[in-house]
Design a protein around this ligand. Sequence first.
Ligand SMILES: Nc1ncnc2c1ncn2[C@@H]1O[C@H](COP(=O)(O)OP(=O)(O)OP(=O)(O)O)[C@@H](O)[C@H]1O
Ligand SMILES: [Mg+2]
Length: 463
Amino acid sequence: MIRTMMRPGGGVSLRRRLVWQFILLSAVLVAGLAFTVGWVADRASRASQDAVLGAAVTAVADGIRSVDDGLELELPYGTFSMLGAMGEERIFYAVRVDGDPATGYDDLPMPPMPPEGLVPVFWSTDFRDARLRLASVSRSLLIEDRARQVVVTLGQTRHGQAAIARDTARSAAWAAAAFMALALPVALLAAGAVLGPIRRLAQVVAARGPRDLRPVRHQTPRELQPLLRSINGLIARLRAALEMTETFIFEAAHRIRTPLSLVRTEAELALSETDDPATAARLRRIVRAVGESSRSANQILDHAMVLYRSDQFAAGPLDIAAIVQEVVRATAPIAEMREIEVTTEGLALPVQMHGDARMFEIALRNLMDNALKYTPSEGHVHVAIRPSRTELRIEVLDDGRGIEGDPAALVARFRRGGNVGDTGGSGLGLTIVSEVAAAHGGRLIVAPRETGGTCAALSFPWA
Ligand SMILES: Nc1ncnc2c1ncn2[C@@H]1O[C@H](COP(=O)(O)OP(=O)(O)OP(=O)(O)O)[C@@H](O)[C@H]1O
Ligand SMILES: [Mg+2]
């Protein structure tokens, strides 16, 4: 019975299925062959024995002569000894004249149909506790001037032949067992040969880099061509979907940011022109809400961008010190506005890394943004690159309000701390930073500083 073998992973093993089918098929073939060999051998030996028996009965019939006072029978003992050649056989004979027993065993059964002349009639029957094979011939003889029908019957046991048949069957069974023993390794080999091309195709596909969306060009047997075509079709669709995502991200960024900043500018203008305190308060709420919306939109788009770029990882050599410096420079106006002093360390010399510069820029901007956002005026933010023998750390230290609770929990999407008060934000910043770190084989560590404030560090092992 073929069982469907399920692996813990849920897949059916093709290899096992092939091996089982091969073994079952071989078993059926081998059993059929063994049976056929036994049957053919039995038939052949039976036929040759019948020929000897037929010759013997004819020889006996030939030895009957009509004499004055009846019949004279000369038994050909040489022929009889041939009948026993295959083993200890018992031999019976009977001669009947016009149906009446003349000599031999009177009770030896008569042939099922009367023989015609010297062409022997063969049949089998039980006689005196033995299975006999019998042959009969007939002759017409002139006995006492009358034509009489003489029927000669000769019977023999076939113990020798049965023993030979058993021997042949046993040999055939042994040969079958030997073939079956061979069937397992042959089945494993055959399954390996069939599955080899599939395995090689899987290796070729698995060995590709995550960004490699070129069609798979691999020599496969004709039967695997449909699979290869589907893989390539899938890759093409994936490439198209990714290109669409990229276009969508940039278009959405453009279409959301531009009108939002326009609304904000207009509201600020109106705010500067109004004298009515109620209108001014309302306009301030609008400016704030629009500011929040545009921040959220920016964060969501940056998040999408980071996810997209993690998939399409476009790594290259980069100078992380230059990127940090650029982010510090870009956030300087906010620091200035909030009267926060920003100091740096380790940015003077280039620090070479391998990665996606745009992703690093987004991550560092978020860390700087947090440090400046959660630090009160006249606070201090320190940005440092610290290469050690085993890792490269980029640290953003502040002496602000510090984090509350488990810092690891703050990495979750849209999760904001209990310390935010009325500081705006969407809770995506640290999610983005940790995704950038993970895409580069590093990690984000957020921890309270002993002196108060927060230390947010990106750590990358040296490749
Ligand atoms: N330097 C920091 N000092 C104090 N708390 C911080 C600091 N950085 C992060 N946090 C806490 O971690 C939370 C999550 O930070 P995250 O940057 O993900 O979100 P956010 O700053 O609230 O919003 P977003 O960055 O999306 O505008 C913050 O809400 C804040 O509670
Ligand atoms: Mg943030």
